[in-house]
Every structure is written in C-alpha cells, then in structure tokens.
Design a protein around this ligand. Structure first.
Ligand code: SF4
Length: 300
C-alpha cells in the first residue's frame, strides 16, 4: 500500500464541504481525524464547523457527530463519553471541537467544569481569533490591534488576548498543548500523545481564517508558520499543570512581529506605537514561557 492509499484509508473528511478556501480549521480537523480516527465520536458546538460538517445525509465527516448549543460543549463531551462507556464502547475517542468563542467566551463555564472534573475526552479549540461564522465579531481570543466588524472605535481590539493555556494549566489537567497546521508532525505527535492519556486533554490550535484575517487563501500555512517564528503563538505542552515543555527550538523565535502583522489586513489600523506595544507583550509572554519551561520538572 503506498502513502496516498494509506492516507485515503485514514481519511474521514469528505471533499465538497462548505468551508471557505484556505480555511485553517478544515486543515486542523483533517489532521485531527486522520490521527485520532477512525473510532471517534465528535461533539461540535456552534461555530463554522457546525456549517462545514453539514446535515445528514450530506455531512462532510464520516463519524458520529453530536451538535450542541454554544455554551454546553464541555458538558456534552463528558456525557457522550460516559454514555459510550455505558454502551460498551470503551475505546471510542471522544473529541469536542469548538472555536475560540465556544472555548474562551461562551463555552468557558462548561469547559472549566469538565476540566475540573477531569472528564475523559479531548477538547480541541480551533482558534481563528473571532466569531467568524457570524461576521467576524471580536472574541476574547482576538489579539490586541486586530480589526473586526464589531470592534468599537478606533475599530480594533484594545485589550489583550485571553491566555487560555494558563487558565487550563490552573485546572491541573493531565495534558494541554498548542499546535498549528504549519507544523503537522508536531500536531500529530501531540494528538497521539493526547489519545494515549486518560482524563481531560486540551489542544489549542491556531487556525487562520483568510476572509476574517484579510489574507490570501494560499497564505494559511505561511501565516501559521510566522505566528510561531515571531513568538506570537509558541508551540508547547503542559503536563498536569506543572511541567511546561517548549516543542519548537528556542532559536526559532527571531522573525520581527511586523512581518506577521503586515501579512494580514486586520492589523492595518495599527500605528508603530501600538505595534511596538504588541511586540513587547509578545516578548514578555515568551520570556515567561521560557522561565516556566526551565523551571519545570520533567515528569514525562
Ligand atoms: S469564515 Fe474563516 S473559519 Fe469560517 S469557514 Fe471561512 S475561513 Fe474557515
């Protein structure tokens, strides 16, 4: 069997779905389902993926899907896993898929409860940094300086992006990691690791959105890579809330943040003073992350 035949066997995402060209969230789910499938059951909360997955019999995914209301994904994931165990499906991997709105904002209460109870499933947040399927509205994952259709005057987000990874680490869950589609091997390794671990697992995946970010659909991988090499979205893992591990080489951070900002129209309202402020914030967060990684006891 050659590689393309092997990949076809593992493919449970059909072509012909309704996502925009270049959607990072589709690439995310493609990697995720290939790595975790085929015995998976998914919970999808209100998001672009509610539309992309589609309605039976025209659904884009060949696995059981439970669509749920916006705030409830965290709870529904736990219920589905427990129901599957009660029915004897002990090995089915339950995956909850939510955008940043269903994770950082509307979904946070149920997510926090599930993490605190250490429910046995994988929560995947595909983060496109706004509520994209309702017209690119600001979310608490939207970075400082990004323009959205609901940002108040002067037409861009004023506050910082919420640090969801620190919030998840504070729950002492067994495993949390960041990933992007520009580093598929890293993403695959983290998904495999998450599959091996019992209890609550959280993967935060930066997923570029060409229309929302004001970028070419062919730039999705380029932007995902720049997000890492500028230090804007570092790649790392957290075990049990205490062991932090950088998974990209420390010398990979070196690209000026302006290169990332200039590649997207959503940042075109930022002047040099604000860009400098964001660069300082990125550098500060990076140095805190390095301190955490260096101070961590390796329990892996
Ligand atoms: S709006 Fe953005 S996140 Fe939603 S389907 Fe289109 S590219 Fe993907």
């Amino acid at each position: 069997m050659n590689i393309s035949e092997l990949n076809r066997e593992r493919e449970i995402l059909y072509s012909g779905h309704s996502a925009c060209p270049g959607c990072g969230a589709v690439l995310t789910v493609r990697h995720m389902t290939r790595t975790l499938g085929p015995d998976i059951a998914m919970v999808i909360t209100a998001s672009c993926w509610s539309i992309i997955a589609g309605m039976p019999p025209l659904t884009a995914l060949k696995c059981p899907i439970l669509h749920c209301p916006f705030p409830s994904a965290g709870s529904v994931g736990g219920g589905l896993k427990r129901g599957l165990i009660a029915k004897g499906h002990l090995d089915t991997t339950v995956v909850v898929l939510a955008g940043d709105g269903g994770t950082f904002d509307i979904g946070l209460q149920a997510l926090s409860g599930a993490a605190q109870r250490n429910e046995d499933y994988i929560f995947i947040c595909y983060d496109n940094e706004a509520y994209m399927n309702t017209g690119m509205q600001t979310s608490s994952a939207t970075p400082y300086g990004a323009r959205t259709n609901t940002a108040p005057y002067p037409l861009f987000k004023e506050g910082q992006k919420k640090n969801i990874m620190q919030i998840m680490a504070a729950h002492s869950i067994p495993y949390a990691a960041t990933a992007t589609v520009a580093f598929p091997d890293d993403m695959e390794r983290k998904l495999k690791k998450a599959k091996e671990i019992k209890g609550f697992r959280f993967i935060h995946i930066l997923s570029p959105c060409p229309p929302g970010w004001g970028a070419e659909s062919s730039d999705t991988i380029h932007l995902s890579r720049l997000a890492v090499t500028t230090g804007f979205f570092p790649l790392y893992e957290i075990y049990n809330g205490i062991t932090w591990k950088l998974t990209s080489p420390p010398d990979m951070k070196g690209t000026p943040l302006n290169e990332y900002l200039d590649s997207q129209k959503r940042f075109n309202k930022m002047d040099q003073i604000r860009r400098k402020a964001l660069q300082e914030e990125v550098d500060h967060d990076w140095s805190c992350l390095m301190d955490r990684c260096e101070a961590s006891v390796d329990t892996d």
